[in-house]
Design a protein around this ligand. Structure first.
Ligand SMILES: Cc1cc2nc3c(=O)[nH]c(=O)nc-3n(C[C@H](O)[C@H](O)[C@H](O)COP(=O)(O)O)c2cc1C
Length: 187
């Protein structure tokens, strides 16, 4: 099963803002499986508390986030240090929300048994700056550029039909088509 990222509803452009003074709280086990979520987390992410508990925390991972951010996050918290940073998260309805995030360890009798996170509202200007920084990082690290293309309905329908038939993501089909065309043209 591939992720559906061709979406004519454009939910991906809808931002949900964390209200001033509210805090999104979650706790996980050592592997990042959610063990606690507060009501604010549920409200902002679009999931119910019951849906969140037992799920891996990457359920809200947004495709705009560079991999290296999470690598750095895990390296930091595994050492028992506190991680602070900015995260763009994916809502259940495919919209997004930005949060200033703090993640640290939970200890029992001096032993690390899990992690907790507190997430807050972020200034609008900072969201724009972080979007630019993450876009550049993602392009450098994964080679993935985010683009919005207007294509005619006939091409769109054919692309979706091919996608189902070949069980390939529409983006994969476009990439292959361009690759083949490029090969013919440029050798
Ligand atoms: C306490 C805690 C909170 C986390 N919060 C988030 C979060 O809000 N958004 C997110 O994408 N990942 C969060 N993560 C990191 C995820 O576990 C995961 O590493 C990340 O989504 C990237 O997914 P991947 O590791 O499968 O590539 C959190 C991890 C922990 C331990």
């Amino acid at each position: 099963m591939h992720k559906k990222i061709i979406d004519k509803t454009f939910n991906m452009f809808w931002e949900t803002e964390v209200p001033e003074g509210e805090v999104i709280i979650s706790r996980t086990d050592l592997k990042g499986i959610i063990t606690y979520a507060n009501e604010t987390f549920a409200k902002i992410s679009g999931y119910s508390v019951d849906e969140l508990i037992g799920k891996p925390h990457n359920i809200i991972r947004h495709p705009d986030m560079p991999k290296s951010v999470f690598k750095n996050l895990w390296e930091t918290i595994k050492q028992g240090k506190k991680w602070e940073g900015y995260i763009k998260n994916l809502r259940k309805d495919k919209g997004y929300y930005w949060v200033k995030t703090e993640i640290s360890g939970i200890y029992k009798n001096g032993q690390l048994i899990g992690y907790k996170s507190m997430r807050y509202k972020m200034p609008q200007e900072l969201k724009k700056q972080m979007q630019d920084i993450y876009d550049i990082k993602r392009e450098q690290e994964e080679g993935n550029v985010r683009v919005v293309i207007y294509i005619n309905k006939k091409t769109y329908d054919r692309l979706n039909k091919l996608s189902k038939k070949l069980n390939k993501h529409p983006v994969e089909i476009l990439e292959e088509a361009v690759e083949n065309f490029y090969y013919i043209q440029e050798g």
